[in-house]
Design a protein around this ligand. Sequence first.
Ligand SMILES: [Mg+2]
Length: 164
Amino acid sequence: MIFKPRFWVKNVLSIDESFLKEHGIDALILDLDNTLSMHGDPAAEQGIPEWLDKMRGLGVKMAVVSNNTEKRVAPLAAKLGLDYTANGAKPLTFGLNRALKKLGTSRERTAVVGDQIFTDVMGGNFAKMPTILVEPFHLEKGILFKLKRAAESLVFKRDLSRLK
Ligand SMILES: [Mg+2]
């Protein structure tokens, strides 16, 4: 099912050595907003730089693919030391495929990680990569986001109430 993530975890910090080993994943294509950072926040969420270092230490190759603009993505990706694609247009696959090619990792072992079903998960599924859905760090305000979340909740009964 195109909307269904292969894995569903609390946040990226739950992705550790044993998870990667168990599921045969050795590279990550990471969403930015609400996956590594609160939407619009110039800094990463707490623990993210340390987690990235840990992943690097394990030899995990990583890149960011975000649907947000160059202006938003470039400074934070630079701060985190990650290669990036802005205007990634997920769920279309060209941004993901370009990142995969640059990583030089195998499609089956490179997971697409993100907080949104209709972009990150669908994109990863279209690209035939494993997908990891994370809970958003914070729920965004604004009607468009509310509508998207409502749709996700209806489809998947995602319990977001505990995050409020
Ligand atoms: Mg996101």
